[in-house]
Design a protein around this ligand. Sequence first.
Ligand code: NAP
Length: 407
Amino acid sequence: MTTAIHKRSVAVLGATGSVGLSTLDVIRRHPERFSVSGLGGWTNVERIATLSNEFRPKMIGVSDFEESSLRQALPGDLATQIVSGSAGTEYLARQDEASIVVAGISGSAGLKPIFSALSSGKTVLIANKEPLVMCGELLKDVARKSNAVLLPVDSEHNAVFQCLPEDHQTGVSQSVGVAQGLAPRIRQITLTASGGPFLRTPASDLKHVTKSQALRHPTWKMGEKITVDSATLMNKGLELIEACRLFDLPQSQVEVVVHPQSVIHALVHYLDGSVLAHLAQADMRIPIAHALSYPDRIDSGAKPLDIVSISNLQFEAPDLDRFPCLSLARQAAEAGGAMPAVLNAANEIAVEGFLNEKIRFIDIPSLISEVMEKFSPKAPINLDEVLIVDQSARKIACKVLKNTFQS
Ligand SMILES: NC(=O)c1ccc[n+]([C@@H]2O[C@H](COP(=O)([O-])OP(=O)(O)OC[C@H]3O[C@@H](n4cnc5c(N)ncnc54)[C@H](OP(=O)(O)O)[C@@H]3O)[C@@H](O)[C@H]2O)c1
């Protein structure tokens, strides 16, 4: 006897980016399971028009500036609503038709849309880690109140999630106090890091690193911001805070280990000495397919993992002297309150400064550290307060960048 599949409609935010395209590739393979009700892009009109032509969504979102060019680029027979700007993206995130929202926007721009989706009780697949870093507790709170479901898609967090006992998976996804159950049953979780393109680069050479070198990631193909974060190890720092938020763990129970092969994505160390690891190809379609079909399993399109061909798995401690961003993230996690939001805002300004070739690679952690010193970590109690902290940290970061680092 075959069980009928309940078809679900998906809104993909950040559809034109790396996570968005991987999501659509998984959806394309399963037309019997998923339809696309919404597509959100921002500046890439050509790509969103092509995707819209293929997936025929009910609603499309872009930036205010691109709305009229999108209208011209869309096929005439497509009956779809176009929404624009930040408010449009938030509307798209709570669109009635969607039951699943994939959060694939890059950076803090994803915060309000995620808040909007969670407030509307959607199942939210979160790749966009920065909002969880900024105010994960608030997001979980709103999810709890509106019976939304939150599933981690960031590969390491999805890997941890898969290694948790089933009752804890339910706790995490429904945002109900997993802390009481999880923290005493496990010793720690380990997140692995590829180490990025500068894993073996001597400290003295890091000051000469160029933008194009930083954008050459050895194992993952991703957007520019996260690729630079991977090179500074801030990506792992943000993921450390993301893990504390998602799994209700103190930072001391989240370990980071460099594992250049990117085969093991995370490990969960239980109290009895058992360690469960998650192995997979470095392909975002795997965690995305897992979360889209959870608790079922579907083909993601990724190549199977051939364990016989993996002759060597290396693990080493991260070098915190060469990659101070990881220590800054630990400090922010330990300080709590608004400090993770300050760290995130300063990092976004620093990375943008590096990508615009205004500051050097090694200035990124120095700039963040200087901004963090100027803040006291009082906890924001609502979304408006988070946004105020975010804006004032950005302002200070821009000032520090201009006065101290810009050559
Ligand atoms: N890529 C990965 O493998 C990966 C893995 C784990 C986690 N993540 C996380 O997932 C998120 C997305 O990463 P990514 O690599 O997919 O980034 P990306 O390739 O740079 O894509 C970013 C997406 O966000 C859209 N966007 C940018 N600014 C926006 C705004 N203000 N409002 C609405 N949409 C906006 C972009 O639209 P346009 O391109 O049209 O301007 C694009 O679709 C990040 O938080 C990252 O840390 C990524």
